[in-house]
Design a protein around this ligand. Structure first.
Ligand code: CAA
Length: 379
């Protein structure tokens, strides 16, 4: 076992860090305040290969490993978690799902433009009454012979308004419960498909989150991912990897807040010395640094297992559970270290604190991660 990153890893980390500082940082406060989607920045990230990082180059991807993805997600999330969630969903839910389980036709038609960043994708599992309890799908995909007829509503869909390709989970045979669920590729513009208004959120306000409505949308059979009834397993397996992305996002939010707090504590003086010279602040910084390092190791472990082709469901849930709690604790302390300045937008930490909260909720709440970890250690 060794703990060194390769030259290539360090280059990817530096490229993501440079991009975050030069392209994401300017305007991040305004985008948060006005809920503006980072269109230009996402386009550039696509051109640089960050939207199909782990996809085979033959499908327009960058052919990188999952460690590289963790490194990039951390750097981007230090500065702008609204942009990094777009990167995470496109990479680890949409591109991964299509590359691993899609047909050649689906890869040519949908994966290639997604991996190139020409379009972005969305992953549509949650419903008004099926968030954590994902087997209780109410959206239906009735088998009509050569196509499915899709009806229902999806909630909380990241990239809901800006995506062009949607992976939609729907119930075809309710008697079979989770074994009667399908995953279908839906295109924006298909007749009967509409996008609801944008949600006004606490955090990651630059990302767009919408409800989606399907009324008698005809989905050709060739757009089903995997065998009939594979949809629930598809969603679960895809989310196993998605959670590495969100864990790394949480890690980045935490390390971004920590770096700001560390710098501020060296500049700000009270009682005649920098606040970093006070033990009360030193202890906070020491706890933050320790927890962030532990979260980073859990992210690397999950990514490494995935790259080795070993089981990683437990590791990715552990990484997400721990890193999201660290993001919450670290950002709250970063605001505290900044005092009154931490409470105003110019200092960035209040935004990171608001952004941190969603990492304990999406792609499975912390309670769901505990269920998955417990299931894995007890089986
Ligand atoms: N891999 C493969 N198969 C899996 C699996 C996995 N990781 N997890 C479950 N399964 C299989 C089980 O083996 C079981 O199959 P069999 O009956 O054939 O053995 C089947 O799926 C059902 O499993 P459970 O009995 O464990 O199902 P459950 O109803 O108890 O719930 C759950 C399982 C893990 C809690 C699941 O419902 C879950 O993950 N819920 C959270 C959903 C979630 O993460 N939603 C996030 C939405 S996406 C999002 O947020 C993206 C975004 O926009 C940012």
């Amino acid at each position: 076992m060794y703990f060194e990153l390769s030259e290539e890893h360090l280059m990817i980390q530096q490229a993501a860090r440079d991009f975050a500082n030069t392209e994401l940082k300017p305007g991040v406060i305004e985008r948060d305040e006005l809920q503006k989607f980072p269109h230009e920045q996402i386009k550039k990230l696509g051109e640089l290969g960050f939207l199909g990082m782990m996809v085979d180059p033959k499908y327009n991807g960058s052919g990188m490993d999952t460690i590289s993805y963790v490194l990039a997600m951390e750097e981007l999330s230090k500065i702008d978690a609204s942009a990094s969630v777009v990167v995470s969903v496109n990479n680890s839910l949409v591109c991964f799902g299509l590359e691993k389980y899609g047909t050649e036709f689906q890869k040519e038609k949908y994966l290639k433009p997604l991996a190139a960043g020409e379009i972005i994708g969305a992953f549509c599992l949650s419903e008004p009454e099926a968030g954590s309890d994902a087997t209780s799908q109410h959206t239906t995909a009735v088998d009509m012979g050569d196509h499915y007829l899709l009806n229902g509503t999806k909630n909380w869909i990241t990239n809901g308004g800006n995506a062009s390709t949607y992976l939609v989970i729907a119930q075809t045979n309710s008697a079979l419960r989770h074994k009667g669920i399908n995953a279908l590729i839906v295109e924006k513009g298909m007749e009967g498909f509409s996008v609801g208004p944008k949600e006004n959120k606490l955090g990651i306000r630059g990302s767009d989150t919408h409800s989606l409505m399907f009324t008698d949308v005809k989905i050709p059979k060739e757009n089903r991912i995997g065998e009939e009834g594979f949809g629930f397993t598809f969603a679960m397996k895809t989310l196993d990897g998605g959670r590495i992305g969100i864990a790394s996002q949480a890690l980045g939010i935490a390390s971004g807040a920590y770096e700001l707090a560390l710098a501020y504590s060296k500049e700000r003086k009270t009682f005649g010395k920098p606040i970093a010279a006070h033990q009360a602040i030193q202890f906070k910084l020491a706890d933050m640094a320790t927890e962030i390092e532990a979260a980073r190791m859990l992210c690397f472990k999950a990514a490494w297992l995935k790259d080795q082709g070993l089981p990683y469901a437990k590791a990715s849930s552990m990484a997400k559970l721990f890193a999201s709690d660290v993001a919450m604790r670290t950002t709250v302390e970063a605001v505290q270290i900044h005092g009154g300045y931490g409470f105003v937008k110019e200092y960035h930490v209040e935004r990171l604190m608001r952004d941190a909260k969603i990492t304990q909720i999406y792609e499975g709440t912390s309670e769901i991660q505990r269920m998955i970890i417990a299931r894995e250690i007890l089986k």
